[in-house]
Design a protein around this ligand. Structure first.
Ligand code: ZN
Length: 250
């Protein structure tokens, strides 16, 4: 089976459509949350996500924008965007986001989906040492996570040291892929990167394809019409910083 793993779309329709156009054939979609928040197209990205279907876990922005949680943990810019999103969302999409399940989910044997981390759906898993500590106790060998907007892979071999792999693309231009063969007796925590607001200094949208037969993961980066997404953010009256950061990839 071929699984398209996407995360942190953040209401960026241009980025989502570019990724779906570039995606290879797949059987199912695993969506790791934060469909909305920050960008100017919350209804459109929620509609598109629902059409793609399959398995979802909720993100912190899905919770905040649908009114499940308050905005105490959000910085002022994220909070403004969440309030704007809450006002803009159509009732049906709002209800869909509010009912998204909390991770971890196990959609198939030996695979777990979370937004933040297996122990806390809102945890930012940026430190390799934190990832290794959780992998040592992980019930499954392969965890897909989002939330940090950084495309990368932590791996822990049996009795070996942990490793942190960041896909080494030749440049930050054009469509590019990096393939990783999964080894036996090794635990993995893999982040597909963010579709709608990358924060790893590469402004291209990121996602991955997990092939269960080949036992491989292929990271993808895809250019999209950033200027159009920025223009929409400004025209919507959202904070300008949310437009600027798209071009910086951070
Ligand atoms: Zn996010």
């Amino acid at each position: 089976m071929r699984l398209l793993v996407i995360s942190d779309i953040h209401a960026n329709l241009e980025a989502l459509e570019a990724c779906l156009d570039a995606a290879p054939e797949y059987d199912r979609v695993y969506n790791l949350g934060d469909i909305v928040g920050y960008g100017a197209n919350p209804n459109e990205t929620t509609k598109r996500s629902r059409e793609l279907g399959s398995i979802f876990v909720r993100g912190n922005h899905d919770k905040a924008c649908s009114g499940l949680t308050n905005l105490d943990d959000f910085n002022p810019i994220a909070g403004l965007a969440a309030l704007w999103t809450r006002q803009m969302l159509e009732p049906d999409h709002l209800a869909f986001l509010r009912e998204l399940p909390q991770g971890p989910l196990e959609p198939m044997e030996n695979v777990q989906l979370v937004h933040g981390s297996p122990r806390d759906e809102d945890e930012y898993l940026l430190m390799a040492s934190d990832a290794y500590a959780q992998m040592a106790h992980a019930a499954v060998p392969l965890v897909f996570f989002g939330h940090t907007h950084v495309q990368r892979c932590f791996l822990l071999e049996a009795d070996g040291p942990g490793k942190s792999l960041i896909p080494a693309y030749k440049s930050a231009k054009g469509k590019q892929t990096i393939k990783l063969e999964l080894k036996a007796n090794t635990k993995y925590m893999v982040n597909p990167g963010s579709i709608g607001q990358p924060r790893d200094n590469d402004p291209r949208a990121g996602f991955l394809l997990y092939d269960t037969d080949q036992k491989s993961i292929t990271f993808h980066r895809v250019p999209y019409d950033i200027e159009r997404a920025q223009k929409k953010i400004i025209e919507a009256g959202l904070p300008e910083r949310l437009a600027i950061r798209l071009a910086e990839g951070r």
